[in-house]
Structures are given as C-alpha cells and as structure tokens.
Write a protein that binds this ligand. Structure first.
Ligand code: DHB
Length: 418
C-alpha cells in the first residue's frame, strides 16, 4: 500500500487521526497489534471533556455518546467522610460526559471501517523504517500471516504507553521525563445500581477511593492499593468494606454493593516524551505521554493531541505536494532523490510538525500538573503522620472552601480551551 500517512496503533488517537485526515482529503492506513474485540472489551477510563465529545460529534462517528453517555454537571470531593460538590456548570459553564473509552474506540473503529478505511487488526512483527528519510515505511505480518508494507510520507505513532515508535526518536534528541508513584489503583466493575448521581473522589487516612459509574446496573469503582497487590487476595466484602471506610461510615455516602465481575490493578506513572516529532515521525496520545488516572485526562489529552496534529499534517502534506510538483516541472533529480548508494538521504523535521510538538506539549504539561496535583491531593503516601494528613486537609479546604479554588478544579477537570 501507498498512503499519505501510515498510523501505528488503532486506539482512539490513531483512529481519530485517520478519520480527520480523511475529511481533509489525506489518505491514511492503520495497523494495530490487538483484535478489535480485545480493545472493545478492555475497561479504560470513562470521563470525556466537552471538547472530546464535540470532536466525536463533529467527526460524525455516530451519536451514541449523546444517547448512551451521561452528562455530569459536577462532581463530589469527599474528605474524611465530608462531601463537597464542585458545580462545573456554575463555575466554568462546562460539563463532562460519562461514556467509556472502550465505547469511544468502538464508535471510531466502526466509522473508519464503514467508510472503507484501511485497517489491519492483530498484526505482528511491526517495524517502522526510514523515519529520518523522505520515504518512511511500515512493515508487518497481517492476521492471515502475509507479510505487508505501507509506504507513506509520514508515520504517526499512536501505539500506546509501551510505544515502539517512540524509541525511533534517537536518545540524543529525546528527553524522557518520568516519575513513578508508590501506589496503584485497584479497579472493580460490579453489578449494582449507582451509589450517587455524580462521581465521588474520596480521601481519608486509608487513602483514595473513586466511585464512578457505567450504567444503571453496572458500576466502576477504584481504591488505592500497593502496586504489587494480587487482585485475587481481596474478597468482595473486604473491597466494599474498605471503600465504605474511605467514604466514611457515619454520615458518609452509603455504598451500593453487588457482585464484582472484574478486578484489575492499574499502574501509576507520569511520563512525557520531548519532542513529539522527529523527521517523518510524530507521536500522539499515550505513545508520547502517560498521566496517572486521577484527573481522567488520558483519553482527553490524546484527542487534544489529534486536534493539534491534524491541521499541521495537512500543512506539511500540502507543502510537500507543492514542492514535488515544482520539481516535476523543472529538474527531476531533486534533493529528495536517491543517493548513488541507494540510501535515501536524511531529512529535517518539517516545521509544521515541530510546531505540533510545541503546541501539544504545552497542554500535556498543564494536564501533567493537574493529574499530579490531584493524585497527591487525594492519595495517601507511604510515610504519613498526623502533619501530612492534616496538611492535606488544609489543601482540600482551600479548594472546596472558595469559588476560586473550586474554579481551578472545575476548569482543569472539564478541560482548558485550546
Ligand atoms: C473513571 C476513571 C478515572 O480515572 C477517573 O478519573 C474518572 C472515572 C472511570 O473509569 O469511570
């Protein structure tokens, strides 16, 4: 195959990029190592910023987000059993939407397939060649065992937090900004009615808990645990008793319990790759950065990358086509022809793609800060004493006790305008 843009990774970032490029007359092909069904069945986060919802609606990928999703005009912060509502609409005039990321994926994948977009699921042996040349290429083995190749002008790496594309940016030009955390999240899905109308982010001396939702009969909840926790070591009763204790047993919210149908431990880390572009390669989404889940920023940030990226890709492809037709009209042996030994000469990173990296990273760092801050506000550190917990209570009161503090939370959580 020969396309304008080859995309490695068929998650939400890769599929949205493919769809929006197609809307601008730019062709793309996508490869993905997992099956469509595996991704659709994998639980991920569930909160969409307004801008993310708007993108789905504008991209015409179906209206399930509007019919099956739920608008949340606020959220509840709970500290030692005391609850405070943050009213997003009153504070910043925006809402968030509860609509699971695996359904966002499913809508995007169906839209891309229905429009006849090229996508290869369950590929193996993926290799990306020549990102420092004008002729990059992806090679892989498809699900039927056939060796294939996609030649493109640009490769987009949307291959998730364990990205192989990222490693193609040489260490001499790449800075990996990374921190780890001394805890993880224990996530459950249970068959029960919602505990409360809105999400509850809670902290107590036992650490963090989050009461989220999926629909009328299935709920999603998380609580802080050690990173090496075996999910099977916690019984159903122990899980609910613990979450109830974080929410407070007297005067606190009364947890609705039900059979647990899934248990997983989620790792916690913060990572940023700088830059996000190199030669004819750009990274978007988790391939370029990972946030801890506390601020619900992962998917939203990935799609914000795509918003920043697509116009810059269009600019790059337009300039490239113009210079190619100039060359075709005059001298055929242009600067991007092959050298005598058959090796394609190396290229500079195109300016529009450098600009993408700078724009996207500005938002990434704001989201990194919010995710880090919210994580530290709501979690228990391993070495705590009466000072550290009481200090955190002071920070919590500074947020919930004034419209300025509340507005900081609401503005960040619902997502800054571009
Ligand atoms: C969910 C996950 C999050 O990380 C979060 O901050 C809010 C909601 C969820 O899975 O529903």
């Amino acid at each position: 195959t020969r396309v304008d843009v080859g995309i490695v990774g068929g998650g939400p970032a890769g599929l949205m990029t493919a769809l929006l490029l197609k809307r601008r007359g730019i062709s793309a092909a996508v490869i993905e190592t997992r099956t469509k069904d595996t991704i659709h069945r994998t639980q991920r986060a569930g909160i969409l910023e307004t801008a993310t919802v708007n993108m789905l609606v504008d991209a015409e990928v179906g209206s399930r987000v509007l019919t099956d999703g739920h608008e949340h005009e606020g959220t509840v912060l709970s500290f030692d059993g005391e609850q405070h509502r943050i009213d997003f609409q009153a504070l910043v005039g925006r809402s968030v939407w509860l609509y699971p990321q695996n359904e966002v994926f499913y809508d995007l994948a169906n839209a891309w397939e229905c429009e006849g977009g090229e996508i290869h699921w369950a590929v193996t042996d993926t290799q990306v060649h020549g990102v420092e040349t004008a002729a990059p290429r992806i090679s892989f083995t498809d699900a039927a065992g056939q060796t294939r190749s996609i030649a493109a002008d640009l490769i987009v790496g949307t291959d998730g937090s364990r990205s192989m594309c990222r490693k193609l940016i040489p260490e001499s030009v790449r800075t990996d900004h990374f921190i780890s955390y001394p805890f993880a999240w224990f996530g459950i899905l249970c068959e029960a009615p919602p505990t409360a109308p809105e999400l509850i982010y809670a902290n107590s001396e036992l650490g963090f808990a989050l009461i989220s939702q999926r629909n009328e009969s299935v709920q999603r909840m998380y609580f802080q645990c050690d990173p090496d926790t075996d999910p099977e070591s916690w019984s159903e009763d122990a899980i609910f008793d613990h979450i109830q204790a974080v929410l407070g047993t007297e005067g606190g919210v009364q947890l609705k319990r039900g059979p647990i149908i899934e248990k997983t431990v989620l790792p916690f880390r913060s990572y940023v790759c700088d830059p996000l572009s190199h030669g004819r390669l750009v990274l978007a989404g988790d391939a370029g950065h990972t946030v801890p889940p506390t601020g619900a920023k992962g998917l939203n940030l990935a799609l914000a990358d795509v918003r920043a990226l697509v116009p810059r890709v269009e600019e790059f492809i337009t300039e490239l086509r113009a210079s190619e037709s100039d060359r075709a009209g005059s001298d055929r042996s242009g600067p991007e022809g092959e050298t005598p030994d058959g090796e394609a000469p190396s290229v500079e990173t195109p300016e529009p793609l450098r600009r993408y990296s700078r724009t996207a990273l500005d938002r990434v760092w704001k989201a990194q800060n919010f995710s880090y801050w919210a994580t530290n506000l709501l979690h228990r550190q391993p070495e705590e004493n009466s000072f550290t917990h009481r200090r955190r209570r002071g920070e919590f009161d500074a947020i919930t006790g004034s419209v300025h503090g509340q507005a900081y939370f609401a503005d960040s959580y619902t997502g800054w305008s571009d």
